[in-house]
Design a protein around this ligand. Structure first.
Ligand code: NAP
Length: 282
């Protein structure tokens, strides 16, 4: 099968990453340049074996972000499974009939592990708010359990939807951020070359709450327009992180699916600016 490999420079960037420390690489604001848009100045067609069928498991596929990821993955022709405590959500759109909906709780026993059968990559959208101990469990322990089980089962790639550091806000949501960072650490250990960590700030789009639809884009969209140009201000201590621009849920979904299935997508942490850049690529 003929596949177009982006360019020699992108390939060498990828192999450089493999040859690095094996820890996560920051794909947006750091001094290394691996986050630059891929340039196709030297594209070539090479023969590579036909990949086996990609089967994506979306942990929390019934939620706001997860459902958009399921839809994006189906649009790309993948076989898609979701796992959540509630199982199949009440989404009335036709695409929802093409997802295999599993019901299971990552924090309770191991019966949910059957959802891992035949899975080649995972995107985890499991997370939530509540008391500090609940937030640690749902953002941390639940994801750590999933990461360990996936590694034992031989799943190749694991993408984790984490969250941007919001400075002073972290203090009030300690369990949430401690859980997120604990899950990220586990991912780096278990998937040194197969992890991608997404760190968006506020994600907007249409969120379903029961039978109601909340159009969060009404203020998220304009804020994104303004704040995406305020990147230098994000370095200002204390208030800077609060200026993290919001991002559209479809952009997050697009990057998450690509990170899960593109074999030359480099491992690392992608902040909101990196997410915006990747989402504009084909
Ligand atoms: N929305 C944002 O603005 C935003 C911003 C930054 C980061 N994030 C992160 O992005 C991720 C997705 O956010 P979201 O807004 O889509 O959240 P959400 O709508 O609450 O979705 C969370 C999903 O996780 C599932 N889940 C929770 N606990 C579970 C468990 N123990 N076992 C199995 N499934 C479980 C939920 O389904 P059940 O309840 O049915 O189990 C649901 O499908 C979260 O990690 C969140 O922290 C979100």
């Amino acid at each position: 099968m003929a596949r177009l490999i982006h360019s020699r420079s992108s390939l060498s960037r990828f192999f450089n990453t493999l040859g690095s420390t094996g820890r996560g690489r920051y794909l947006s604001t750091g001094s290394n340049k691996i986050d630059e848009p891929l340039e196709v100045e030297d594209a070539e067609t090479v023969q590579v074996p036909h990949p086996p069928e990609e089967k994506l498991l979306v942990l929390g596929g019934s939620g706001f972000v997860g459902s958009h990821i399921c839809k994006e993955a189906l649009d790309r022709g993948l076989s898609v499974t979701s796992l959540s405590r509630s199982g199949k959500p009440s989404i009335q759109e036709p695409w929802a009939n093409n997802v295999h909906w599993h019901q299971g709780d990552l924090l309770s026993g191991g019966s949910w592990k059957e959802a891992l059968n035949g899975v080649t990559s995972i995107v985890s959208c499991v997370g939530g708010f509540g008391s500090n101990s609940y937030m640690y469990k749902i953002n941390g322990t639940a994801n750590i359990t999933a990461i360990r089980a996936a590694a034992e089962k031989g799943v190749k790639r694991f993408v984790y939807v984490s969250a941007a550091d919001l400075g002073v806000v972290n203090y009030f949501l300690q369990g949430y951020y401690d859980g997120k960072r604990a899950a990220e650490t586990e991912l780096l250990v278990r998937y040194p070359y197969g992890h991608v960590i997404l760190r968006p700030g506020f994600i907007y789009g249409t969120r379903r709450v029961g039978s109601m639809e909340l159009p969060l884009g009404v203020f998220g969209g304009p804020l994104e327009m303004v704040l995406q140009h305020a990147k230098p201000l994000s370095q200002v201590p204390l208030v800077g992180p609060l200026l993290t621009p919001p991002i559209n849920v479809t952009a997050v979904a697009k990057v998450a699916v690509r990170a899960a299935i593109d074999p030359v997508f480099p491992p690392g942490i992608i902040d909101v600016h990196g997410l915006m850049r990747y989402s504009h690529q084909k």
